[in-house]
Design a protein around this ligand. Structure first.
Ligand SMILES: *[C@@H]1O[C@H](CO)[C@@H](O)[C@H](O)[C@H]1NC(C)=O
Ligand SMILES: *[C@@H]1O[C@H](CO)[C@@H](O)[C@H](O)[C@H]1NC(C)=O
Ligand SMILES: *[C@@H]1O[C@H](CO)[C@@H](O)[C@H](O)[C@H]1NC(C)=O
Ligand SMILES: *[C@@H]1O[C@H](CO)[C@@H](O)[C@H](O)[C@H]1NC(C)=O
Length: 329
């Protein structure tokens, strides 16, 4: 009976989890004990289905009812013509930051000197950009966390901001109401790319973070280059897509993709989850599976049901404030 066999295997696996957890849970590494796939180099590491079970501080990952990512069914998006455009404020034109191979993601953490805030759209507060995180697939048909009408993109770039009006840092914000705002851009493999990705993912830069814990500093990045010239967005209330899965995120999903070349995609797939002395294991497929929507609503600043919808007018452009130069677009 294959069914029974499977069930006993599952029970065995579940007890293996408890056993392993009991055996190897020194507090220091426990916080970091999760992965996108259960088996890492032959030993068990909790994958998404287990995140909420192995650490009580992460129980929202299992029992939460406002979890992310989700499948976005465009026919369920409510058109809200009163959503204002997104607004970026910054003191200069470019930013710098450190790009890391965290073993799970490519992550760009911005330096403190040139803050970039986002507001507008559904956001009632100023949110400061803290980190840009990349999720991507081993092939072009998978990789994004959010799905659009059940379809994945090759990847998803997430701009993670925290509410700087209410909280003093991202750690505090991530566990409190209205703490985080994440802007998501889907990756589309094309024969062209954008200047931001060209800076980050060129051969010379990306090969400096081939292995886990490697980092490199990069300058002259223009955050506004990540945004399409005109775009619509949709928004919903959800959670962080990594443990502890706090339900404090206002998601804003941009309806036009960010182009990436297949060469750049390839260079992402060549990044290892491991250190140089360990076996090569591609970082790709670092996405959490979709979570139930329950009764949450999706709102958009354009009518997603209308075919051939156009994003014309100031509402569909990113507004940019630069306090020092007093330029407003
Ligand atoms: C970002 O928002 C914070 C909190 O509202 C504010 O203090 C800061 O001046 C803003 N920075 C910029 C560049 O707009
Ligand atoms: C999207 O929602 C509509 C209306 O609720 C439903 O008929 C349709 O099957 C859904 N499509 C997907 C891909 O979930
Ligand atoms: C974040 O802010 C809280 C509250 O102000 C503080 O207790 C904590 O030490 C800060 N954490 C970091 C990492 O700065
Ligand atoms: C992205 O690539 C597509 C071709 O796949 C092209 O039609 C589109 O204009 C490109 N987008 C940008 C912003 O360059």
């Amino acid at each position: 009976m294959p069914g029974i066999l499977w069930r006993s295997l599952l029970i065995l696996q579940a007890s293996a989890v408890i056993y392993t957890a009991a055996q190897f849970s020194p507090a220091k590494t426990y916080e970091d004990w999760w992965a996108y796939k259960e088996a890492v180099q032959g030993s068990f590491v909790p994958g998404p289905a287990f995140w909420g079970l192995v650490n009580s501080a992460w129980n929202l990952c299992t029992i939460g009812k406002r979890q992310s990512p989700i499948n976005i069914n465009t026919s369920q998006i409510i058109f809200d013509p009163f959503l204002p455009p997104l607004r970026l404020s910054m003191t200069g034109t470019t930013v710098s930051g450190t790009m890391y191979n965290t073993g799970r993601h490519v992550s760009l953490r911005l330096d403190q000197e040139q803050p970039v805030n986002i507001s507008g759209g559904p956001l009632l507060y100023n949110h400061r950009l803290e980190e840009v995180m990349f999720h991507f697939g081993s092939e072009n048909s998978i990789g994004s966390e959010h799905l659009m009408n059940k379809e994945a993109s090759a990847g998803e770039v997430q701009l993670i901001h925290y509410n700087q009006d209410l909280y003093s840092n991202i750690t505090e914000a991530s566990r409190n109401p209205n703490g985080l705002a994440v802007i998501s851009l889907f990756l589309n493999v094309a024969d062209n790319s954008n200047s931001f990705l060209n800076r980050m993912l060129n051969r010379e830069t990306i090969t400096r973070i081939s292995f886990r814990n490697e980092a490199t500093h990069i300058q002259d990045l223009s955050i506004e280059d990540l945004y399409p010239e005109t775009f619509g967005f949709l928004t919903y209330q959800g959670s962080m897509t990594i443990p502890p899965c706090y339900e404090t995120v206002t998601w804003i999903i941009i309806d036009r993709p960010l182009n990436i070349t297949s060469m750049q995609m390839h260079s992402l797939r060549l990044l290892s989850q491991n250190q140089p002395s360990q076996i090569f294991q591609s970082m790709s497929d670092n996405f959490r599976p979709i979570q139930p929507l329950f009764h949450r609503g999706l709102r958009g600043n354009l009518d997603f049901r209308k075919p051939g919808r156009k994003c014309k007018g100031a509402n569909y452009k990113l507004h940019i404030d630069r306090p020092t130069s007093s330029t407003t677009n």
